[in-house]
Write a protein that binds this ligand. Structure first.
Ligand code: NAD
Length: 489
């Protein structure tokens, strides 16, 4: 575990000596004191990224792909150690952490290919309707990127930001969450081993107000890529406005899952649970609002209540665990407050709602299910970010779409029915950046990721993730031998 920041290719102590206590959420024991950066460290990191930019931006995509592939291999080589570190830091069950690490390695490999493709896209001619001109398009890195990430997928969120930025030719300062800084610092070590030139990637862990805010406000940062909550996203956007920085925001959600009455009930139970209990429900795209057609509602809720109580809960490093602790005491308090509020707002609790009896330490909460949740309640409308499912019923397709879209968020949605034409109709009508049909949550590096409404601006992953870090420049040349002849006939 690292106790230094990674700035300009060197491991350095925070200038003011700040630390971040890292607590193991499974037993509440202090694991480590990670480095806590302040404005002074952020300034040094941005200066390093800015200095490195002049040569890094001139590299070819093919040259950058070599580093991206080396980082991908470095992650794969340390797969087990990284996954264990993620469990200790975040609490997620080990099989989920292994999944994340594989995804992170795949993300760097994918953007290595896109970096190479970028070389072939440079200087593409556009067919303009005037033969006296030729018009080409160039793609250039935006410059220094400030990247601020949350704690729910620590290494994966870092990879979604760092890999496309490297592929585009940007240099960057990455600020991981104060709750889970460990694997992002390991990513810095892997980039060092991969021989990435100094200053290209700087990793600076710290608290939001002390390190995130100065990064968002730094005038030399030209791109801000943020993943986190809506209120912080809004602050980051305000900071970006000062210098008209390019900004992309991946924010929260309260995503609906619509189940029609022709759906296979057992398949619905499995996917609904996966949509809300995976990663302890601490998933931006968690399908936390379940809308079930009346005919199967009581059967489905009964089966969900039964199956959810079979989920094995415990320390993510123990065998066969499917639900770990919430990430921190603060998150545990927040989620349990929602559960209390749900009760007082008149929602009916049919499963969970309390700490499992066999676990006296750690931030554990049973898989929790509420039904008949009032439509205007906090429980139904706000993002809980925990293993708490809220269910209501609907009569018609029209009503389901209306209910699903009745939210200030628009990140993801799921629909389940054997009628695929209906699924496609509903998918088209939903206000969501991601729609799953007959499943929930599968995510592919190749496919765009991001939300509508208050769930954010822009898309990560796929070619759209690369676009986030590129400026598009047109180069138009006058090719005719004849004079222009407007003023000078
Ligand atoms: P958060 O907003 O509290 O913190 C996110 C990051 O912002 C952290 O690194 C934090 O230190 C930093 N930060 C805090 N205050 C800041 C400030 N004033 N200026 C700059 N940075 C600041 O969010 P969180 O609790 O870490 O994460 C949970 C949230 O993230 C949920 O709302 C979830 O939906 C969202 N999320 C979204 C996606 C997505 O892809 N849309 C993915 C994962 C998580």
């Amino acid at each position: 575990m690292r106790d230094k920041l990674f700035i300009d290719g060197r491991w350095v102590s925070p200038i003011k000596g700040g630390t971040l206590p890292v607590i193991n959420p499974a037993n509440e024991v202090l694991l480590h004191q990670a480095p806590g950066a302040t404005q002074e460290d952020i300034n040094a990191a941005v200066e390093a990224a800015s200095a490195a930019s002049s040569s890094w931006r001139k590299t070819t995509g093919k040259e950058r792909a070599v580093f991206l592939r080396a980082i991908s291999e470095g992650i794969s080589k340390r797969r087990d150690a990284l996954a264990r570190l993620e469990v200790l830091d975040n609490g997620k069950p080990l099989p989920e952490a292994l999944w994340d690490i594989d995804d992170a390695a795949g993300c760097f490999a994918f953007y290595a290919d896109l970096a190479e493709d970028l070389d072939h896209l440079q200087n593409d001619f556009l067919p303009v309707p005037d033969e006296r001109f030729d018009c080409r398009v160039r793609y250039e890195p935006i410059g220094v990127a400030g990247q601020i990430i949350p704690w729910n997928y620590p290494l994966l969120m870092a990879s979604w930001k760092v890999a496309p930025a490297l592929a585009a030719g940007c240099t960057m300062v990455l600020k991981p969450s104060e709750l889970t800084p460990l694997t992002a610092l390991e990513l810095a070590a892997i980039s060092e081993e991969a021989g990435l030139p100094k200053g290209v990637l700087n990793v600076v862990s710290g608290y939001g107000p002390e390190a995130g805010a100065p990064l968002a406000a730094h005038p030399k940062v030209r791109k801000l890529a943020f993943t986190g909550s809506v209120p912080t996203g809004s602050r980051v956007m305000l900071a970006a406005a000062q210098d008209i920085k390019n900004v992309s925001l991946e924010l929260g959600g309260k995503s609906p899952f619509i189940v029609f009455d022709d759906a296979d009930i057992e398949a619905a139970v499995e996917w609904v649970m996966f949509g809300i209990f995976w990663n302890q429900g601490q998933v931006c795209s968690a399908t936390s609002r379940l809308l079930v057609q009346r005919g199967i509602a009581s059967r489905l809720s009964e089966r969900l209540a039964e199956e959810s109580q079979r989920i094995t809960i415990g320390n993510g490093l123990a065998p066969d665990i499917l639900l770990g602790p919430l990430v921190s005491e603060g998150q545990y308090q927040k989620v349990t407050r929602f559960v209390e509020q749900g009760r007082s707002e008149g929602a009916r609790l049919i499963a969970g709602g309390k700490r499992p009896a066999h676990l006296s330490k750690g931030y554990f909460l049973e898989p929790t299910i509420f039904v008949d949740v009032p439509r205007n309640s906090v429980l139904w409308r706000e993002e809980i970010f925990g293993p708490v499912l809220c269910m209501n019923t609907f009569a018609s397709e029209e009503e389901a779409i209306h209910e699903a879209n009745d939210s200030e968020f628009g990140l993801a949605a799921a629909v389940m029915s054997q009628d695929l034409a209906r699924c496609d109709r509903v998918a088209a009508a939903l206000d969501a950046g991601i729609v799953w049909i007959n499943c929930s949550q599968p995510t592919f590096t190749q496919a765009p990721w991001g939300g509508m409404k208050k769930s954010g601006i822009g898309r990560e992953l796929g070619k759209w993730g690369l676009d986030n870090y590129l400026e598009v420049k047109q180069v138009t040349r006058y090719t005719s031998p004849k004079p222009w002849g407007w003023y000078m006939k």
